[in-house]
Design a protein around this ligand. Structure first.
Ligand SMILES: Cc1cc2nc3c(=O)[nH]c(=O)nc-3n(C[C@H](O)[C@H](O)[C@H](O)COP(=O)(O)OP(=O)(O)OC[C@H]3O[C@@H](n4cnc5c(N)ncnc54)[C@H](O)[C@@H]3O)c2cc1C
Length: 318
């Protein structure tokens, strides 16, 4: 390992930081914890600390800890849109647990209202909302991950989650208590600052007949199964669609389907997906992403932009 790599791999937490985290979170603070199991790609080196906050008070305590000790932190939800570097993440990686997984669905006039903690899974939210007749929820069906991550990404298909948001609560180091904010939504991104954690969300859908909504959702899930490699570890679409074009078509047009680097492969089924077909590292995926991007730029004159978020240290792990 070079000197630079050695420095990048060195923990940022002192012994007293670890003791303070243990005092608040007990066994929900894990140190030098490999992140691969927490991502859909099953890739990623260790976090100095992986901390699960179970409620808003604990999240506020962690935000205060990070501010006071100037500790860098990241949040991961379902890990379905992140590539974590092989060198891991310095500082604290935060996940939301227990209370943040709650979902409540109710009817209000002609609307279906979903109140959810940010760690609630999109699969459960969309299923419950569909049963209550939430029109339009089919556009969000089959998106893995949490509602918090989906909000930051403005996840969706032909319609996006931002269209259905009524209220968003966040917590941050500078304002640790939960508070509502206005968020703007764009194609696969939102105006949420990097240093806020979404803790709660209210979604509102027009109410329709539930059978029709459920049927539409089922049709979309079946189509997804047919067109996407959902059984393999990946992070969905790697690149955003450029204005007026489809990233998958461009990638396919340069013949990249099936290209491999180590354990990473451009999906033969959907060219914008990169699968971990066995033991892929972040380096393999990053190399393949760069190769694909270069080929599309050279042959199509279009510079693809990443949709997946890169987190942590991208160095050789050994
Ligand atoms: C098979 C497959 C299919 C997919 N299909 C789609 C699709 O059709 N449409 C689509 O848009 N996406 C799709 N995705 C991508 C991904 O599922 C979405 O982007 C999802 O919304 C990410 O949620 P997550 O909880 O996994 O976020 P993560 O991957 O954990 O995080 C994504 C980003 O959000 C941040 N974040 C996470 N939680 C919070 C929070 N509580 N507060 C603030 N920031 C947070 C993270 O720091 C990171 O920057 C697909 C992925 C897979 C694997």
């Amino acid at each position: 390992m070079s000197l630079t790599n050695a420095a990048a791999a060195q923990t940022l937490l002192r012994d007293d930081d670890r003791e303070a985290l243990l005092a608040i979170f007990g066994e929900r603070a894990r140190f030098d914890e490999p992140l691969a199991p927490y991502t859909s790609w099953k890739i990623g080196g260790p976090a100095d600390a992986l901390v699960t906050a179970d409620d808003e008070a604990e999240l506020a305590a962690l935000m205060r800890f990070c501010l006071r000790r100037k500790t860098p932190w990241w949040i991961i939800g379902g890990g379905s849109n992140v590539l974590v570097g092989d060198g891991g993440v310095r500082g604290v990686v935060l996940q939301l647990g227990r209370d943040f997984a709650a979902i409540a669905v109710r009817s209000e006039d002609d609307a279906v209202i979903v109140e959810a903690g940010a760690a609630a899974g999109m699969a459960l939210i969309t299923a419950k909302a569909a049963s209550a007749g939430a029109a339009g929820v089919g556009s969000l069906a089959g998106i893995p991950g949490t509602v918090g991550g989906s909000l930051r990404m403005n996840a969706g298909t032909d319609r996006e989650i931002g269209e259905f948001v009524r209220c968003v609560w966040v917590q941050s180091p500078s304002r640790p208590e939960p508070h509502a904010i206005d968020v703007r939504y764009f194609y696969r991104r939102s105006s949420l600052e990097r240093d806020v954690v979404v803790s709660r969300v209210t979604l509102a859908f027009p109410r329709a007949e539930s059978r029709g909504v459920r049927d539409e959702m089922q049709t979309r899930l079946v189509r997804r199964k047919r067109t996407q490699p959902i059984a393999l570890p990946n992070a969905g679409s790697c690149f955003r669609n450029p204005e007026g074009a489809k990233a998958a078509r461009l990638i396919e047009s340069v013949g990249a389907k099936g290209w491999r680097e180590g354990g990473a492969e451009v999906s033969p089924q959907h060219a914008n997906f990169i699968n971990n077909v066995g033991g892929a590292t972040a380096r393999d995926v990053a190399t393949l992403l760069a190769r694909v991007r270069r080929a599309v730029l050279d042959r199509c004159g279009i510079e693809l932009q990443l949709e997946v978020h890169l987190i942590g240290v991208f160095i050789d792990a050994t």
